[in-house]
Design a protein around this ligand. Structure first.
Ligand code: FAD
Length: 397
């Protein structure tokens, strides 16, 4: 077979959005490489873990989201050769492309913390970062009446930087309503020196944390898990100390990096310690291969990895790709927009939106989003999922 006009690797939020937009722009001969027959709307997993949404709401059959006219190949890619412009699939088959869009997401490194891989899903350890465990998070939260609950964030980039703390707020608010919060010690272990990088939102989160009485371990990291003993090791990088901390509930967020085959491949950014793909921060084009674009979690961009960021990146990639097809230089620019819907209670949310310069970028000019709001919680729970399925994945929004 000949060279395909466009090959898209990864049919998650980013891959499907770009495919839909290219179809709308009239581009033909698009191949989508995606091994999974299930498409997940991961932002719902926080609410699944918090007992506020069923897992089924986050799942659709991949066939139902692949845009008409796009040829789906249900296999993983295992290598890319940008010089011969070919993608190798798991069965050894090769696909030749004219243009390539890289969107295989990121990899959860469960083995990145000794003991975590063995303990996850057992020993009162859970994580909203996988569909398999998110429902279990709620079981653990519901069953806890006293003891110590630990929530951790790894020292690598993570998808949705707010997710490690959002579930803690949902849990603490549940315990508060059940009148058991006073008997539960809540500890948050995070690598940063502050709760959030944008001061406008950080100030509010500081109040939320003190409202629930959370003990925050800044500049710290969980460096080992002993599931049998229900103990973790916390390393404090500021003080240079380590401490053993017993838990009755552990919500662990695994270290994250680019998929291994990307890390070791020719498109990874040498400047990325985690092997993410090089891309111009504004045009999203690869710096060395002009027919290659990267977006979503796999791209090495100095902003927070979210679906909301993908929503702004997809139109830029699609439009720039069409320009490259027409022999022009890409002119569309992504400004680093990302957003994090920080659920701070079971009926409240703080919508943090910002760009590469960490400047707040509120989308709703008529309402004050610099505070916890009930309407924003309703927006996340009931409006964002249909906007995702019917707007973003179809290239309309
Ligand atoms: P994904 O959507 O993960 O898609 C990657 C796709 O690539 C998958 O379908 C995968 O099967 C496929 N793939 C993997 N390997 C290969 C391969 N070798 N070959 C081909 N295909 C491959 N974002 C928000 O905006 N708001 C939120 O509130 C929010 N909350 C979150 C909460 C949690 C618990 C989690 C886990 C994520 C959350 N996110 C949130 C982040 C959001 O889900 C991701 O940023 C978004 O899905 C990124 O899109 P993507 O297409 O890059 O990756």
């Amino acid at each position: 077979t000949g060279r395909h006009r466009v090959v898209i690797v990864g049919g998650g939020s980013a891959g499907v959005s770009v495919a839909a937009r290219l179809r709308r722009a009239g581009v033909g001969d698009i191949v989508l490489v995606e091994p999974s027959d299930t498409h997940w709307y991961q932002p719902l997993w926080t609410l699944v873990g918090g007992g506020q949404a069923p897992l089924n709401g986050s799942r659709r059959r991949q066939t139902s989201v692949v845009p008409d006219g796009v040829h789906w190949i249900r296999r993983p890619a295992t290598a890319i050769d940008p010089d011969t412009r070919t993608v190798t699939l798991w069965n050894g088959e090769e696909l030749a492309y004219e243009h390539l869009v890289l969107a295989p997401g990121l990899q959860l490194d469960w083995d990145g913390v000794p003991g975590l891989d063995e303990a996850i899903g057992r020993d009162r350890v859970s994580s909203n970062y996988s569909a398999e465990y998110a429902p279990r998070t709620w079981e653990l939260i519901r069953n806890l009446r006293s003891g110590t609950a630990v929530f951790t964030q790894p020292a690598t980039p993570v998808k949705c930087g707010g997710a490690p703390q959002k579930i803690m707020y949902l849990a603490a608010d549940h315990w508060r309503r059940r009148k058991v919060l006073a008997d539960i010690r809540v500890v948050f272990v995070l690598p940063d020196a502050a709760l959030f990088r944008v001061s406008e939102y950080r100030r509010i989160l500081e109040q939320v944390v003190s409202r629930y009485g959370v003990e925050v371990r800044f500049r710290s990291e969980m460096t080992a898990v002993d599931g049998g003993r229900r103990e973790i090791t916390v390393t404090d990088h500021a003080r240079g100390t380590t401490e053993r901390l017993g838990y009755d509930l552990l919500h662990a967020v695994p270290p994250q990096s680019a998929p291994d085959w990307i890390k070791t491949g020719p498109l990874a950014d040498p400047a990325s310690p985690h092997g993410f793909v090089a891309a111009d921060r504004h045009t999203l084009q690869h710096p060395r291969y002009e027919t290659v674009f990267a977006l979503g979690d796999v791209a090495h961009l100095p902003t927070s990895k979210t679906g909301a960021a993908v929503r702004k990146q997809a139109p830029v990639v699609a439009a720039n790709l069409v320009e490259v097809m027409n022999g022009r230089t890409p002119t569309h620019r992504y400004d680093g927009y990302t957003s994090c819907p920080l659920v701070t209670a079971r009926d409240r949310m703080l919508l943090a939106e910002f760009d590469y310069d960490l400047r707040p970028r509120p989308s709703f000019p008529l309402i004050d989003t610099f505070k916890e709001r009930r309407d924003m919680w309703v927006f996340k729970r009931y409006l964002l999922p249909p906007v995702y399925w019917h707007g973003m994945l179809t290239g309309r929004l």
